[in-house]
Structure formats: C-alpha cells, structure tokens
Design a protein around this ligand. Sequence first.
Ligand SMILES: Cc1cc2nc3c(=O)[nH]c(=O)nc-3n(C[C@H](O)[C@H](O)[C@H](O)COP(=O)(O)O)c2cc1C
Length: 350
Amino acid sequence: MEFLGFTLRNNLFVAPMAGVTDRPFRQLCKSLGAGLAVSEMVTSNSLLYGSAKTRRRANHEGEVAPISVQIAGADPAMMAAAARYNVDRGAQIVDINMGCPAKKICNVMAGSALLRDEPLVGKILAAVVNAVPQTPVTLKIRTGWDTSNRNALSILKIAEQSGIRALAMHGRTRACGYSGHAEYDTIRAVKAAARIPLIANGDIVSPETAKFVLDSTGADALMIGRAAQGRPWLFREIEHFLKTGTHLLPPRVTEIHRILLAHLEDLYLFYGTETGVRIARKHISWYTKGLVGSAAFRHMMNQLPTIALQRQAVNDFFLTLAEHHEHLPYVNSDPAAPVLSNAHCEDLAA
Ligand SMILES: Cc1cc2nc3c(=O)[nH]c(=O)nc-3n(C[C@H](O)[C@H](O)[C@H](O)COP(=O)(O)O)c2cc1C
C-alpha cells in the first residue's frame, strides 16, 4: 500500500497504546505482518523531555521505516515543539492524539477531550503541520465527545484544511470509553466525505472482523490495538485472509514459544533488567491469557524477580504445553474475548 509517500507491506496498522507499543512490540508486529506501527504517545510537556521514559519513547534505533510517533497535548506551541523534537529523533510521520480518553490526558484537555473545542483543534493541527513541513502529520480521533456530540465530520474538515494527511478513527465517542460496540456507520460517513486516507479502528479482533470493517466502512486501512496484545501474529493472519479468503493455520505452540522468548530478550535489552522484568510480566500475561491452566502460571510468574527465573518459568510453561498440544488450547474458543474485556487506558499517559 502507498501511504503518505511510503510503500507499506499492507494496510494493517498497529494502534498506538501507551505502555504497550514500545519499540520491541512495534518491531515484532511489523515482523509478523503489520504494515505500520504507531508509537506510544510522547507527551508535549517539554519538562519531561529529559525523563528516561520520554527518551525511551523517542528511541527508534533499528526500527523498520516508516517511523510514526504519536504526540499528545493541548498547547499549540508545545505540540509544535514536540513534533520538531520527534522529527529530529527520527520520526517520519507525526501522529496527533485526539483519541485517548485517559483521565490524565482528558483532565488537562488533551486526547479526546480536545474534540469539544474545534477552534483549538484547528490551532493545534496548523501549529504541528507548520512546525514539520517535510513530515506528514496524521490525526487520531474518536467519533466525538459524546453520543449527542459526534463531530467527527467537522473535525475531518478542520483536519483537511490544516494539512493533516490521514485520519484514524476509533468508532466510539470519548464518553463511551470502551463500552458497547464500535460504530462503523460514523466511520463510513466520514470516509465518504474524506479526501485524505481514513483508517478505521475499534474492536477488530480477527480476519473476519477485519474484512467486515474494511467492507462496511470503505476505509483505506485498519488499525488494531487490544487484539494484538499477546497475539502479534494476528497481522499476518488478517493479511492472509484479506488476500486469499482462506485462513492461515494458527501458529504452533513451539512457534509462539520462540516468538515470546525473542520478545522477552528484546524487552530486557530495551528496558534493562528491573523494568524489563516488570514490563515483560504484562506481555507474558497477554500471551497466556485464556489458555488452559494459565491462571496459576501467571500468578506464580508475577512473583518472579529476575530475568533468569522469568525466562525459566516461560520455558517450563510452553514446553509442557507443547508436549500435549500442537496449537494453543484456549478455554474459550474465541481467543479475542478475554483480550477485549481487558481495556484500560487510565494510567498510561505520563
Ligand atoms: C492500553 C491502551 C493504551 C492506549 N494508548 C493510546 C495512546 O497512547 N494513544 C491513542 O491515541 N490511543 C490509545 N489507545 C487507544 C487505541 O489506540 C485504540 O484506539 C483503542 O484501543 C481501540 O482499538 P481496539 O479495539 O483495536 O483496541 C490505547 C488503548 C489501550 C487499550
């Protein structure tokens, strides 16, 4: 797919998820079939530029191009500075977050809270676009502030007038949080009016839902978040289904074991020992969620303090699993079900 001057493997994007889409996870998803991966958001509060977290989030060493970095904030000048900061550190696409309902973000009037103030939206978009004239700027929104204020269409117009090059839309209002189902009608209406590429997002969990959302919205691309947690191979499964109409065989337990071990080594290297072990727990939990016998394993694994013990526990769990099963044995036949009930976006912004 041609996208903003880049040739992508396909139109399947990894959604930005604070605390999840770090460099190791983005790389992994790209290697397993994602066409593009948007980074976790980087705050526009320049006071935080020096923090280890912000520096880590702006680290793209070895990342497959194009590198798309999301920024969040409500002050046009600070957002412009944040865009320049990230472009100087390798961002090839700057994405603006007006889609995240996290309290920390909404309280300071950023993320999806901005959708309520259209003049300010216009100022922020123009400031960022002008700050990085050589770099495409994209925008991520929800369908509106709440169900009686679905203003995605007017935000689209403001975005196009401001020089935004693509729009990603999560099919829920800010007020909806993650409840109910994503409404694809609003996405279809915005796509029909759009002159820029439209990326549909929300509740895409399988090859079938991906095809349904593409067909019913007419979107140019899809963005997938929660369902990829612990399932980065979902992208190649969707890619295959969209191309051929048939299903790839699910990965073998032995392959997933290999993928997870490589993911862990990457996390340990990227974060260092202590933080690496802590961040890895979250991912190990996602990889094993819903699997037969996995609750006791997670409980035990969460107590382990070192890389060696964590690695050993993962090896033991997957080797035992592989002795009895060729493919992952889910308790519930739908592996996405436990993933989607796990939505939280509250403590993620800092
Ligand atoms: C843990 C988590 C963190 C998120 N962080 C961000 C973020 O930093 N920026 C953003 O625009 N959206 C963020 N989101 C929203 C996702 O990008 C996406 O819009 C939402 O999860 C719906 O897509 P899904 O149904 O495929 O998960 C986050 C969502 C989750 C679950």
